[in-house]
Every structure is written in structure tokens, then in C-alpha cells.
Design a protein around this ligand. Structure first.
Ligand code: C2E
Ligand code: CA
Ligand code: CA
Ligand code: CA
Length: 283
């Protein structure tokens, strides 16, 4: 069907795609709902353990946002983060995540639980905010925490929009003591050797390469190459999306440093995280 639209006074004909209009409707309702979500207490933060493959113990957690909308139900961050990124709501969401993570770390520390660093995902808009570094330091101070309590994750895409500014920001964060991870590696267009010029400590191999590791020989080759090159560049290498023991064995044989995935644990509520840390300490 053809849809008649008028733009700048000129009549135009556009192909009408019912699926497209469904997506648009969904996007618009998500955009609208996002505006009140933070105030309404609809967000929650989950924590997925990261395992040091040599010691077998927990060396960190990744904070992952969850959104429970009263009528739309559980909405995946894969769906709403990109939409939030297009409006300015991502900045408020990012701030909410930081406050919640810091508050959870603070209360665990106060309860005598030793907390490994919590990894925070920073979106492009958040990362390129001019006052990002000051904001981070102010929030940390509010909870009497230090940069070593957090680890920052950004993706290649975020880096490449403005490599010079990114390099600058990453350098500052590193000097302050944050650890820095390059997320979803392999899905963008950059090479690891180029990324050596940035101050990363860790590279996270995207789960799309881990998924078919044992059945797809090119995925296996890519994973091996990322591990070797990462190590040659002095980076720690983490594999995400590890779901089976066989994947885990393969990755261990290839000397990956850290693993994260359902094989060890799904993302947990903060009480479960605390419990796990408590039990882990006694092992
Ligand atoms: P990500 O940063 O790559 O996070 C890893 C995703 O993989 C998470 O999905 C996690 O639940 C999922 N995952 C972990 N282990 C496994 C596994 O073994 N198998 C499979 N199939 N999946 C696994 P989640 O929580 O749905 O988050 C999706 C994406 O949304 C994240 O991808 C990240 O890009 C974004 N996101 C989540 N929380 C935040 C946040 O607080 N801020 C920002 N800016 N983005 C966030
Ligand atoms: Ca991440
Ligand atoms: Ca990732
Ligand atoms: Ca991802």
C-alpha cells in the first residue's frame, strides 16, 4: 500500500510497511514509558558473576539493568537501551544505574562483604558527556567509594564515533583508577592492535563467537586469535555467553582469563549476589 505524506509542502509517496508501523508504535510507546520509568521505580539492577578461570573464584560482577513496566511487562535492555540512546533519557537511566550500583556496593561493604569490582555499561551518549568523569567521581564520593570499586565497559562503536575524545576520557578514567573493558569485541570494525592505543585492561569477546565455538570452526579461529592478540597486547581476555562445560573447557585450554555466562550463573538480584560472595569466601 502507498501512504500519502506531505513533507515541506511537497507531496511524496512512501511505501507503507505495516511491520514498520508496528515497530514505530512500539518504539513510541517505549519512548513515552521511559520518561516516567525511573521515578516510578520500574528499574532494577541485576548482577552477573565473572569467574577467574585460574582460581575458579568470582573476580567481578557485571551490572545489568531490568525494566518491569506495569502493563508492558519485562522489557529487555536490548530493546529499550537503543531507544533511550536516541532520546536523552539514556543519561538519566545511566545515572540511575550508577547510583543503584554504588548504593548496593556500599551496603554490602557495610555488611562486611568483600566486594569485587562491579562493571557498569556506559552508553555512547553517557560516555561522551562532557562532565562524565566529574559525575562519576561525585557519585562515588557520595557513597564513600573509590574508582577501584567500579569497572567501566564500552563498546567499539562508542569508541569510534570520536576516537580522539574517547582516548582522552579513557586515559583520565584509567589514571583515576577505574578498570576499563572493551565490550562486545569482534562485532565492530576495529582491530585489537589499533585499540592498544587506548587504555583498556580487558577485552570481552562477544557472545556471538562463543555460542557456536564448538561447531563453527571460523568462530573457534576468531576466538583463538582474539585471545592470543589480547595477551600479546597485555590485556586480560574475558569470554561472555559461556553456557556449557565444553565451551568452558575449550576456553580454558586456549588460556582465556575470565568467563561469564549461564554456565556459571545468570544475572542475580543483589541479595543473591551477597549470598554468593558470602559462600564463596568460605570455600
Ligand atoms: P552486554 O553488555 O553484552 O551484556 C551481556 C548480555 O548477555 C546480558 O543481557 C546478559 O544477561 C546476557 N548473558 C549473559 N550470559 C549469557 C549466556 O550464557 N547466554 C546468553 N544467551 N546470554 C547471556 P541483558 O542483560 O539482556 O543486556 C543486554 C544488553 O543491554 C547488554 O549487553 C548491554 O549492551 C545493554 N545493557 C544492559 N544493562 C545496561 C546498562 O545498565 N546500561 C547500558 N548502557 N546498557 C545496558
Ligand atoms: Ca557489557
Ligand atoms: Ca558484551
Ligand atoms: Ca551484547
Amino acid at each position: 500500500a502507498l501512504n500519502h505524506v506531505k513533507k515541506n509542502g511537497k507531496a511524496k509517496y512512501q511505501l507503507y510497511d505495516p511491520q514498520m508501523s508496528e515497530r514505530l508504535k512500539e518504539k513510541t510507546s517505549i519512548e513515552l514509558a521511559l520518561e516516567s520509568s525511573a521515578q516510578n521505580g520500574e528499574f532494577d539492577l541485576y548482577y552477573q558473576p565473572v569467574i577467574d578461570i585460574v582460581s575458579g573464584s568470582i573476580c567481578g560482577f557485571e551490572a545489568l539493568i531490568r525494566w518491569r513496566h506495569p502493563s508492558m511487562g519485562l522489557i529487555s535492555p536490548e530493546k529499550f537501551i537503543p531507544i533511550a540512546e536516541q532520546s536523552s533519557s539514556i543519561v538519566a537511566i545511566g545515572r540511575w544505574v550508577l547510583h543503584r550500583a554504588c548504593s548496593d556496593i556500599r551496603s554490602a561493604l557495610d555488611a562486611g562483604v568483600q566486594m569485587p569490582p562491579i562493571a557498569i555499561n556506559l552508553s555512547g551518549k553517557q560516555f561522551s558527556q562532557i562532565n562524565l568523569v566529574d559525575d562519576l567521581m561525585t557519585i562515588l564520593a557520595e557513597y564513600q567509594l573509590a574508582p577501584k570499586n567500579l569497572s567501566i565497559e564500552i563498546t567499539e562503536g562508542v569508541l569510534m564515533t570520536d576516537p580522539i575524545a574517547s582516548k582522552n576520557t579513557l586515559g583520565k578514567l584509567r589514571d583515576l583508577g577505574f578498570s576499563l573493558a572493551l565490550d562486545d569485541f569482534g562485532t565492530g570494525y576495529s582491530s585489537l592492535s589499533y585499540l592498544k592505543n587506548f587504555s583498556f585492561d580487558k577485552v570481552k569477546i562477544d557472545q556471538s563467537f562463543v555460542r557456536e565455538l564448538l561447531v563453527n570452526s571460523s568462530d573457534a579461529a576468531i576466538v583463538k586469535a582474539i585471545i592470543n592478540m589480547g595477551h600479546n597486547l597485555g590485556l586480560r581476555v574475558l569470554a561472555e555467553g559461556v553456557e556449557t562445560e565444553a565451551q568452558c573447557v575449550f576456553l580454558r585450554d586456549q588460556l582465556v582469563d575470565e568467563i561469564q555466562g549461564y554456565y556459571f550463573s545468570r544475572p542475580l538480584e543483589r541479595e543473591q549476589m551477597r549470598q554468593l560472595l558470602h559462600d564463596n569466601r568460605r570455600l
